[in-house]
Design a protein around this ligand. Sequence first.
Ligand code: SME
Length: 160
Amino acid sequence: MYEFTPDRALAKPALYRALATAARALTEGEPDAVANMANVAALLWQWLPDLNWAGFYRAIGGELVLGPFIGKPACIRIPFGRGVCGAAAREGRTQLVADVHAFPGHIACDAASAAELVVPVLRNGRVIAVIDLDSPVRGRFDADDAAGIEQLAALLSGAI
Ligand code: SME
């Protein structure tokens, strides 16, 4: 049994440092990428308030393919360049979207989604996956969330 209890009283930077420590402990020494993504999706869901979707898309053959997640069933394949996830994959850069309805080409997998944060996971300079977080709260994600998930993406680079 794994007991990683989030302290919701922590300010975001400290919360994300603790989340990174938990993610490292969960994935260290485990070579199976699916197992590691599944546990990290569960961790994100457990630790971060106001989410309606948390998980991974993997870069396979020039498109994004749905990976382990928590939330409603989602689009399975997303071409690079399409939607928020596709933009993150094509540009290799974090996409922080306060209002998804204002993002051209946003793909609505869950009508409840209002804000989105997508962070690419890079290995040797190439995008191998993206971490996708959706929230029903407009403006839910800020620079601290982006920095925290980027820190997580860096430590997952060799684990997924
Ligand atoms: N909204 C995303 C699609 C993935 S779902 O949010 C899980 C996008 O525009 O890329």
